[in-house]
Design a protein around this ligand. Structure first.
Ligand SMILES: [Zn+2]
Ligand SMILES: [Zn+2]
Length: 248
């Protein structure tokens, strides 16, 4: 098998590859019966050591400790008892996640969920009672037509027989786009943005909950949502994410 030199695919090009060539690897364009071929998985999906509670990549000296944590989590423990991330939010996964988000490609969803399942198996992560997605506001949901995180959660919950309910968590107001804010302003930006539906909240009491999101950046959104879910009486809150933004 000849190896092609890899050039980073621009999102538009990646889109064309995904749309037209279902028999080709979305990353290197080699013929493959999978959306991302085995060579690319070996190259781009290697597991890396991550912080126990926020899934940030860890420096070498922390590796090998039991429940290793990053400096930020040691200073201020987040309201998540554990976070598991399958991938880095970098090439090629950033392009694939963008494509999934805006085109709702089902095969791609399953490819991304396979990565997450593998990370969960490697981490020996126990299944929670509830698997809940980070919610969108009603208006955003109407505009986009679906919540990409909920679609991921629903598919995974079905396979693992977990409770999953689209209306359990509410985004009561829109926050400024997190991506446009400096990291230190993001926590304040999401304060008071989330709520648990009062009619459904009793179902969470005493239960273990995993929050699912496609991409975790500063963690501010997931931390705020975890606080709200804990206040509703959940006994433990963790997060599973497809990709984690690498620290600079
Ligand atoms: Zn490939
Ligand atoms: Zn951490």
């Amino acid at each position: 098998m000849s190896e092609r030199p890899l050039s980073p695919l621009k999102p538009a090009l990646m889109e064309r590859v995904l749309m037209r060539c279902p028999g080709q690897c979305a990353v290197c364009r080699a013929w493959s019966d999978r959306q991302v071929c085995t060579d690319c998985l070996l190259r781009y999906a290697r597991p890396v050591p991550r912080c126990w509670t926020c899934a940030a990549r860890l420096p070498l000296e922390r590796i090998g400790r039991r429940e290793p944590k990053c400096g930020a989590c040691l200073r201020t423990p987040p309201p998540l008892s554990r976070t598991i991330a399958a991938l880095d939010y970098s090439f090629p996964w950033d392009g694939l996640l963008q494509h999934y988000k805006f085109h709702q490609a089902i095969e791609l969803r399953e490819t991304l969920l396979e990565r997450l399942s593998q990370a969960l198996a490697a981490a020996l992560a126990p299944d929670p009672d509830w698997l809940l997605a980070v919610p969108l506001t009603r208006q955003r949901l109407r505009e986009r037509g679906y919540n990409q995180s909920f679609e991921l959660a629903r598919s995974m919950a079905r396979k693992r027989r977990l409770c999953c309910e689209a209306d359990m968590l509410l985004r009561v107001r829109e926050s400024a786009q997190q991506a446009q804010l400096p990291l230190n302003q993001r926590a304040a930006n999401v304060k008071g943005v989330f709520a648990v539906d009062p009619a459904l909240a009793p179902q969470l009491r005493g239960c273990t909950v995993v929050l699912l999101d496609d991409v975790m950046t500063s963690g501010a959104t997931l931390f705020e949502l975890a606080r709200v879910v804990r206040q509703a009486g959940a006994s433990d809150v963790q997060a599973w994410v497809i990709a984690r933004t690498p620290e600079d």
